[in-house]
Design a protein around this ligand. Sequence first.
Ligand code: MLT
Length: 317
Amino acid sequence: AAMLAVGAQAADFPAAGRTITIVVPFAAGGPTDKVARDLGEALRKPLNGATIVIDNAAGAGSTIGSTKVARANPDGYTLLLTHIGMATTASLYRKLPYKYSEFEYLGLVNEVPMVVVGKPALAANTWPELKSWIQENKTKVNLANAGLGAASHLCGLMLQQALQTEMTTVPYKGTAPAMADLMGGQVDIMCDQTTNTTPQIEGKKIKAYAVTTAKRLMIPAVYKDLPTLQEVGFKNFDVSIWHGLYAPKGTPAEVVKAINTALQTALKDPDFIKKEESLGAIVAHDDRVTSEGHKKFVAAEVAKWGPVIKAAGQYAD
Ligand code: MLT
């Protein structure tokens, strides 16, 4: 009976008929939303065929969505999919109602490189041309991002620091609406994740100039001739965005375990892997898809991003 009880305890999540909500703290159609929808699809089977819905709770650089999950019932039916912004925004917002360490860490999902992209009408076609255009035009350049604390904001910060040129930043509720304006020419450039840029570059709807990862990780052909920012002289420029899955603090350990086990299975799903790799992303594996590995990784990333944000000295509230 004891064995059965333990088995039954772990197996009664998710309960039949219950819906699991994955909160995405950015607008629908963007890179975070894309990963969440593809992951939700891959999680269904390992979570006993549960219905998984995506809730886009966008705004304030992902802090609105993160707060929503921090305050949700810790029963495993409300999860958060987000990236390092959930942790770094802590130093940009003075009055956050949560600490990034106060979540249950369910495992890392993927790594997504970023790309510096521009509107189609930009004269610059190469990184050197873009660099001089930015340094000539300074605050006349409109740099789009998804709000203070977003990955696109943090990458834009590093870009301005590397070029020693301040640009005008234009915040959106996600890089999906930002991308629409970039393609329409309302903004000039952006630093965004390959999960959002790949289809637009392949469709020649935007221009691409450089990748932000130290190594050229991504598979799609459109990246093979793009320099890395390290290759064009920015020695320590190495930005890639890691998405993790979180539950509210206090979610029962056996529920955390059940979700982590389902995540490990989902990340081995060939369909999910193919979708991710076709968009230049790399699926997480091994110890990063454990609670401990995930938590350790985020702590190291916060240590890395802290100085970049301090140097920006911006506060959102
Ligand atoms: C970001 O810049 O943090 C993300 O690209 C926002 C999004 O997923 O829309």
